[in-house]
Design a protein around this ligand. Sequence first.
Ligand SMILES: NC(=O)c1ccc[n+]([C@@H]2O[C@H](COP(=O)([O-])OP(=O)(O)OC[C@H]3O[C@@H](n4cnc5c(N)ncnc54)[C@H](O)[C@@H]3O)[C@@H](O)[C@H]2O)c1
Ligand SMILES: O=C(O)C(=O)C[C@]1(C(=O)O)C=C[C@@H](O)C=C1
Length: 298
Amino acid sequence: MTSAAAPLFETLTVVGPGLIGASVLHRGRRDGTLAKKLIAVDINPTFRERVRQLGIADEVTDDLAGAAAQSDCVMLCVPVGAMGEVAATAIPAMKPGAILTDTGSTKVSVIDAIRPSLRPDVPYVPAHPMAGTEYSGPDAGFATLFDNRWCLLTPLDGMPDTATTAITTLWELCGARTRTMTPEHHDRVCAIVSHLPHLLAFTICGTADDLADETRSEVLEFAASGFRDFTRIASSDPIMWRDIFLSNREAVLEMLSRFLEDAQAMARAIRWGDSDYIVDRIERGRAIRRSLLENRQA
Ligand SMILES: NC(=O)c1ccc[n+]([C@@H]2O[C@H](COP(=O)([O-])OP(=O)(O)OC[C@H]3O[C@@H](n4cnc5c(N)ncnc54)[C@H](O)[C@@H]3O)[C@@H](O)[C@H]2O)c1
Ligand SMILES: O=C(O)C(=O)C[C@]1(C(=O)O)C=C[C@@H](O)C=C1
């Protein structure tokens, strides 16, 4: 009989058991590979009660320092604007050698916010699982969220390789594939593949709604699946997305201005009847969709 491998950590604390944090806890609960003991910390009493009811943590508390003091790994899953403050409470309480990590959707500003609290004996490994849904809070979490999705790691110079290896293993145990890159590159990549699409979705829904008000017409009533696909993204959490836009300001604005130039070019092609240009852009879109679907199936 083969014995199961020992869990990666003795104790893992998830701070902010919302969509991402609760999904990690579900995964940890499912096969016990992440940690012997799972702790959930949240400031919201209703969410703490929900996590207790879901049974996905061994301990649920609002005492961040107390939880951090018991843990071999503390994972911050709070909105990016709260990372600095939460890290400032957790890090002083952590055991020497325990690892701090986060799941924030932006990396440069999160690292800048956490850096002043860092201790030489507490390695920090920033990470970002490229998986999610439009839902938030503990009820949104599920164990398979990260299966076959990327988790991007942006390790800092001078941190021990063992810490990066442990966080890589954690995400692989969660079902993800991992890739390492600089925080700056991460933020530019995410600005185009995640942050700009959300900005467009929030904006187009607002524009359609304004038009419906102005014309007192049923613009939204006839929305079929194209517009509905935008509304799914646009229903994402306002605090999370406010924080992402403000913390990745430069890269988001750069990608937005690139996009606006390309949209202008499309407008010009439509105005002057440049069919070749229009067809070329649409074909590029179809090719991208096809390659994404092929990769997802691989
Ligand atoms: N939603 C996504 O698709 C997605 C994907 C990848 C990464 N992320 C990132 O992961 C993080 C969590 O996102 P989410 O979608 O799980 O958010 P969420 O809103 O579902 O959960 C956040 C949780 O943090 C708690 N919280 C907020 N401030 C806190 C504090 N000071 N102390 C303790 N708990 C606090 C909230 O009560 C909530 O339970 C964010 O940084 C986000 O940018 C999100
Ligand atoms: O699938 C969705 O609904 C998401 O918005 C997930 C999504 C994304 O844009 O792909 C959102 C933010 C993250 O930081 C990572 C993933």
